[in-house]
Design a protein around this ligand. Structure first.
Ligand SMILES: Cc1cc2nc3c(=O)[nH]c(=O)nc-3n(C[C@H](O)[C@H](O)[C@H](O)COP(=O)(O)OP(=O)(O)OC[C@H]3O[C@@H](n4cnc5c(N)ncnc54)[C@H](O)[C@@H]3O)c2cc1C
Ligand code: SF4
Length: 202
């Protein structure tokens, strides 16, 4: 008898950024960074995406917290949306960001959802989520870019083949604040202006 079960994966729980980066580099496209799991587990449970190795970032303490720096504030990728929403520092200096975090979904999702996951979550275009072979999924057609398409949440300007947008409420706030994203992989670290962080499919 066969059962429909979520596909098994190996779970890795690094406790440092270096170990997490090494694991994600080692597994490449077979690996998956897990933060709060709100988007990740949607994909896995829908059997729409899977990974052979899941790298759980929850034990990486260095990725948590909000710290004042000489020229601004540093927010760790694993900081929850609730922590951002309720931070007095963010409220007083960058209220557009605390307001944006407060708008995300429900308290339960904000309690577990992280800023890193909120920024990196995949698009919520329903054609893509329901597994069509659209352009973003490697096909040749954008089903949303038609007069009858369900595209109310999609972009009006600047689309190139895929008209979906990032569903992140915190993304526009970080763009207007001229935030810089610190991105790290096995080859090193670099900073990317928030405005250039969000890109469409090639
Ligand atoms: C019912 C529902 C309603 C929602 N409504 C809203 C809404 O109104 N506004 C909104 O903005 N969002 C909304 N979301 C999305 C939700 O905010 C995100 O799913 C959540 O913030 C993702 O964060 P997470 O920590 O759970 O990330 P995960 O689900 O663990 O990860 C999401 C993605 O980001 C990647 N990732 C996570 N952290 C890192 C990292 N540090 N480095 C590299 N990659 C990383 C993961 O590999 C994965 O691909 C909703 C989600 C649900 C389920
Ligand atoms: S908007 Fe993008 S994700 Fe949605 S159907 Fe078109 S190509 Fe696919």
């Amino acid at each position: 008898m066969s059962k429909d079960m979520m596909r098994a994966f190996e779970l890795y729980q690094p406790d440092s950024v270096e170990n997490a980066v090494e694991l994600l580099g080692r597994f490449g496209p077979e690996g998956w960074a897990l933060a709060g799991g709100n988007d990740t587990l949607d994909w896995f449970k829908d059997r729409a995406k899977y990974a052979n190795a899941v790298v759980d970032l929850s034990g990486v303490e260095a990725l948590r917290g909000i710290r004042e720096t000489g020229d601004g504030v540093e927010i760790g990728a694993m900081t929850t949306l609730t922590e951002i929403e309720s931070s007095e520092l963010i409220q007083s200096r960058y209220s557009v960001l605390s307001d944006a975090a407060r708008r995300v979904a429900s308290p339960q999702i904000r309690n577990t959802g992280t800023i890193g996951g909120n920024l990196c979550q995949d698009t919520r275009c329903w054609y893509y989520r329901y597994g069509t072979d659209c352009y973003r999924a490697g096909g040749t057609t954008c089903y949303a870019d038609t007069p009858e398409g369900q595209n109310r949440e999609h972009c009006l300007w600047g689309a190139d083949r895929c008209v979906a947008v990032s569903p992140s409420d915190t993304a526009p706030a970080l763009v207007v604040l001229d935030a810089r994203m610190v991105v790290q992989n096995a080859e090193g670290e670099r900073e990317i202006p928030a405005e250039e962080f969000f890109i469409g499919p090639d």
